[in-house]
Design a protein around this ligand. Structure first.
Ligand SMILES: Cc1cc2nc3c(=O)[nH]c(=O)nc-3n(C[C@H](O)[C@H](O)[C@H](O)COP(=O)(O)OP(=O)(O)OC[C@H]3O[C@@H](n4cnc5c(N)ncnc54)[C@H](O)[C@@H]3O)c2cc1C
Length: 474
């Protein structure tokens, strides 16, 4: 319920919230997260006035909010060819992880060496843009609509409840918060993927058996009823030789439900400590270990997703379908985190590694709301959901936040015909790879969701041996 102002989706108000002073400059608004950071930088660099709103005290989305150093899918699996140039590559290069303008990388899922330094980089880039206003510790919590346009978004922060009147809203909350509040059609998967609390432990003396013994200790904790669920565990000595970064916590919950989200944060933290204490008790090398940090936020893989002008399907991805209005390229594998304990891996069943595929502009346009466009909450077929989100980070103005998204006062959907990224080079057809590859891949994926696929020899066994040791899985 939003007090004051025009009739909101939730009703009328007692006193008008202050019109945020920034609003007087007539900004177009979007949020700072991994997709939002790129969208806002792209738009500001293309001359659009932007207001960035972020609930955390820093930008960067999951990279900084959950402490995730991965830039998965920035390069394709087979040739390590960069498929998301533009701002994602710029961020990666400015973190010193590759040469500026690199066309190929060493890995298809490289990492940055310090998520704290990524906060500083984001601050520096945001402050360098005169067209950009930034508000941290600010939650976008409501929207009011007139006709098919969002006419105001309500923000909650230390100044109380404020209202901004953006011309275009780029909702990169990850959960389609504003699109949903504005009445745009959204949907949820029948079973949402679980959340994960990443954490770090210091002063660990790594041994050749560390990962195997950690896995066994976690299985015992799980079988003993101390640990409801887990995956892997994935242990990486990523940030320092005696510091282990852990991705293993698994908590089923709906991140768009405030009570469930609160419970998940508490459960995630408890499970992280349960693992830490089991390792300290049972695994040589953890005797003098100490718990450094978790989160700060639990990682939410999926909640609501907008029903876009186009819904990208698994078939589109597995067949690497090309779209006239492609604005980004994805290439990450189809993965699904089950709500169950999985040992030595994060996923259920085998995975399918598609060739690079297009993400059409229309997937970012929520139906029935003309001046809005989306972030992670893209309309995708079930299994394809998660792998695409980061790809719209293919900035440089091709996406909704960029010069096409609401430039010149036009609504994002007015640009649908113009939003076209020059088609990237198709991967050369490897002999025998394509012949029947499509139908073989179709067969593989067809079986995938229905579990029949287990019995078939997969095209790509997963995780790849090099992948296993890099991800710290025994
Ligand atoms: C645990 C986990 C592990 C993952 N592992 C990988 C991986 O290894 N590789 C990979 O490529 N992808 C991975 N993903 C997927 C990928 O990271 C995310 O899906 C991607 O970051 C989505 O980007 P986004 O910008 O849309 O949303 P997010 O990065 O989730 O950012 C959302 C941002 O919006 C802010 N926010 C949310 N609601 C509001 C609001 N109402 N008002 C203001 N601000 C708000 C949040 O604080 C956050 O900063 C993982 C996801 C999770 C959850």
């Amino acid at each position: 319920m939003v007090p004051g102002g025009p009739r909101t989706a939730a009703g009328t108000c007692s006193h008008p919230p202050a019109l945020l002073p920034i609003a007087k400059k007539g900004p177009r608004k979007c949020k700072t997260n991994s997709a939002g950071l790129v969208a806002a930088l792209a738009a500001a660099r293309n001359g659009a006035r932007r207001l960035l709103v972020e609930r955390a005290g820093f930008a960067g989305g999951i990279i900084t909010a959950t402490g995730l150093p991965f830039f998965d899918g920035i390069a394709d699996y087979h040739e390590k060819r960069v498929v998301t140039p533009g701002i994602p590559l710029e961020l990666f290069a400015k973190m010193g992880a590759c040469e500026p303008g690199a066309t190929h990388l060493l890995s298809h899922n490289p990492t940055i060496d310090n998520t704290e330094r990524f906060k500083l980089l984001a601050d520096r880039l945001l402050r360098a843009e005169p067209n950009l206003d930034v508000l941290f510790h600010t939650i976008a919590c409501e929207a009011s609509v007139r006709g098919d346009r969002i006419e105001a978004v309500y923000l909650a922060n230390k100044a109380g409840l404020c209202r901004v009147e953006p011309k275009v809203v780029v909702d990169c909350t990850g959960d389609a918060d504003i699109a949903a509040r504005a009445g745009a059609p959204v949907e949820k998967a029948p079973e949402l993927q679980p959340m994960t609390m990443h954490f770090r432990i210091g002063n660990v003396r790594s041994t050749p058996d560390t990962r195997r013994l950690c896995r066994e200790a976690v299985i015992r904790a799980h079988e003993g009823g101390e640990l409801p669920m887990f995956y892997g565990p994935g242990l990486m000595f990523k940030f320092a030789p005696d510091e282990v970064y852990v991705h293993a916590v698994r908590v089923p919950a709906d991140g768009s439900d405030p009570e469930e989200l609160t419970r998940a944060e508490q459960q995630g933290r408890q499970d992280a400590w349960t693992m830490f204490e089991a390792w300290k008790r049972e695994v040589p090398g953890f005797e003098d270990a100490y718990f450094i940090t978790s989160g700060p936020f639990i990682g939410v893989r999926e909640t609501r997703r907008i029903v876009g002008e186009y819904v990208l399907t698994e078939h589109d991805i597995v067949e690497s379908r090309r779209f006239d209005d492609a604005v980004a390229t994805g290439c990450w594998y189809l993965d699904q985190h089950p709500n169950a304990a999985t040992v030595g891996t994060a996923n259920a069943g085998q995975k399918v590694q598609p060739d690079p595929y297009d993400i059409p502009y229309r997937t970012l346009l929520p139906r029935s709301v003309s001046n809005s466009a989306g972030g992670r909450a893209l309309p995708l077929g079930d299994a394809a959901r998660r792998l695409v989100d980061a790809r719209q980070r293919d900035g440089d103005g091709h996406g909704p936040g960029g010069r096409h998204g609401g430039g010149a006062g036009r609504a994002p959907r007015d640009h649908a015909t113009r939003a076209r990224r020059p088609a990237g080079p198709r991967r050369p057809q490897a002999a025998g790879r394509r012949s029947g590859a499509g139908s073989r891949r179709r067969r593989l994926t067809a079986g995938w969701n229905r579990g029949r696929w287990e019995s078939r020899k997969p095209a790509v066994t997963w995780p790849h041996p090099t992948q296993r040791c890099r991800l710290g899985w025994p």
